[in-house]
Ligand binder design. Sequence first.
Ligand code: SF4
Length: 235
Amino acid sequence: MEAHSTPAAQLSSQLQLLYDQVPATCCATSGECCALTETEFSEGYATMFPLYSAEYLHIAAYVRAHFPLQRQQELLAFTEERPRRCPFLSDNHACTIYPVRPLICRTYAVMDPQSIAGALEQYREVMPETWLKGFARREGSMLCPRVRVTQPEKFEGHVYNLITSFYERALRQLHLALDLGGQERLSLLRRLTALGDWPLTWTWGGFNALCQAPLSWVRVRLKEYADKAELMDIV
Ligand code: SF4
C-alpha cells in the first residue's frame, strides 16, 4: 500500500482484499434477493443487511464519487431502516453499486444445500459444533438455485472463512479504526441511545440517520429513531 494513500483509499484496498476471497458468482439478476416479499418483511428480514460500518463508509464514498448530485443527495438522505427494496436496486433489477456491494450480497447463495452438507461433513469433529451450527443456519437461509459460482478455486478457502467467521472478524477489526461522524455526533449517540460507540453493523438507512443527517436533527430526533430501530447493533 502506498504511504501517501488516503484513509478512504486504504479502506477500499483492505475491503477489496477481503472481498477477493469470496468466489465470484453469476445469477439471473431477477433482483429477488434485493427486495422483500410481504412474508419476508413480516418475518423480520432485511435487504443488504448486515451492513458493516467499514462497508457503509466505502459505499458512501462511492456514491459521492459516481452518482449525479441529486441521486447522491437522495441516497445519503435515505433513512428508512428496513426498506422492502434495497435503495441501490435499479428498475431493471441491477445493483447500482455492484463494485462496492457489501459482503452479505457477495456471499449470498454461494453455498447450496449440497455444499453446506459437504462442509459440515468435512469439518465435523474438526471445528466446534457451535461454529458449524451457526454456519449451517446462516448459509441455509441464503439459498438461491439461480446463482452459479464462477470461481470454484476459491470455494474451499471461502468455506473455511465462513465457518471460522474470518470475514466478520476482519470487518470488526476495520471498524475499530473508524470514525463515522465526529466527536459531537458520537457524544450524542452515547447520550441518546444504548450504544457506547459507533454501531458495528446496521442498515444503509440506519447509518445515514446517524452519520449524514444534520446535527440539529440528530439532537432532536435520533433518540426516537433509535428507540424504534429494529436492526441497530447494540453490542
Ligand atoms: S447492494 Fe446491490 S446486490 Fe446488495 S441488496 Fe442492494 S441492489 Fe442487491
